[in-house]
Design a protein around this ligand. Structure first.
Ligand SMILES: CC(C)(COP(=O)(O)OP(=O)(O)OC[C@H]1O[C@@H](n2cnc3c(N)ncnc32)[C@H](O)[C@@H]1OP(=O)(O)O)[C@@H](O)C(=O)NCCC(=O)NCCS
Length: 210
């Protein structure tokens, strides 16, 4: 069983996928320790960001390196992280993974030899809710949203959106394709929703075994 940092906890595990969540509000010494695991390129990326984003990036990437290092039996700083053309991270070998963050929470999904995507969102009021929903969801999904009682709509929107984004991230295409028309084929992809912390919704999309 891979070792796990104290801020990391399991939030979903079934069907060959494991999802972990971690608070990014780590102490200063812990942040320094996580940042020490970053490569020079990753440090350069962090230093180009505004401070809160740099902190979030360094904490997420350091935790990812730590979790992958435990799974690959290598030191976190030596994990060979590579970036696919549309931005998805991968490491050579059988372990597949994906990362997402929202506010001070990060989620990490791990599988063996199966494509995986994960997303998380803090459920929050959106200033232009209906317009955002129209740009993000299909006409049918929007119609279903409108049928719900008004107080349920935000939660339902984020639940639908995270499932869509997890699917697009599993495929590695992200938002380079129009999310309104993105729908996972259930024969090929398994989608699960989870609640990684109070006030957050997450989804994980995993390629089904052949
Ligand atoms: C992937 C994407 C949907 C993430 O959106 P987001 O809600 O801002 O961020 P999330 O918290 O969900 O996920 C961020 C993580 O997703 C991963 N990621 C980035 N691009 C990805 C992709 N195409 N597929 C899967 N995962 C991706 C990264 O690990 C990233 O974390 P990092 O920035 O710390 O490395 C969005 O960044 C995107 O669409 N990127 C694609 C950009 C694109 O179209 N590129 C085309 C170049 S040809």
């Amino acid at each position: 069983m891979p070792t796990r940092a104290p801020e990391v906890r399991s939030v979903f595990s079934a069907g060959g996928v494991e999802v972990l969540a971690a608070s990014l509000a780590v102490s200063r010494p812990r942040l320094v320790g996580l940042a020490a695991m970053l490569t020079d390129d990753e440090r350069r990326r962090a230093s180009a960001l505004a401070r809160p984003l740099a902190r979030r990036f360094a904490a997420t990437r350091g935790l990812l390196r730590e979790l992958l290092g435990a799974r690959l039996a290598t030191k976190p700083e030596l994990v060979d992280l590579r970036v696919a053309p549309a931005g998805k991270l991968y490491a050579p070998g059988p372990v597949r993974f994906n990362v997402a963050h929202s506010a001070d929470l990060a989620v990490f999904a791990f599988t063996l030899r199966r494509d995986v995507g994960v997303d998380v969102e803090r459920v929050r009021a959106l200033p232009a809710f209906e317009r955002t929903a129209a740009l993000a969801l299909s006409p049918r999904e929007n119609a279903e949203l409108q049928e719900l009682p008004e107080p349920c709509r935000l939660q339902a929107f984020f639940s639908c959106w995270t499932r869509k984004e997890a699917y697009l991230k599993a495929r590695g295409v992200g938002l380079s394709i129009d999310p309104r028309h993105a729908a996972a084929d259930g024969n090929r992809w398994a989608l699960e929703t989870f609640e990684p912390a109070v006030g957050f919704v997450g989804a994980v999309c995993t390629e089904r075994a052949a």
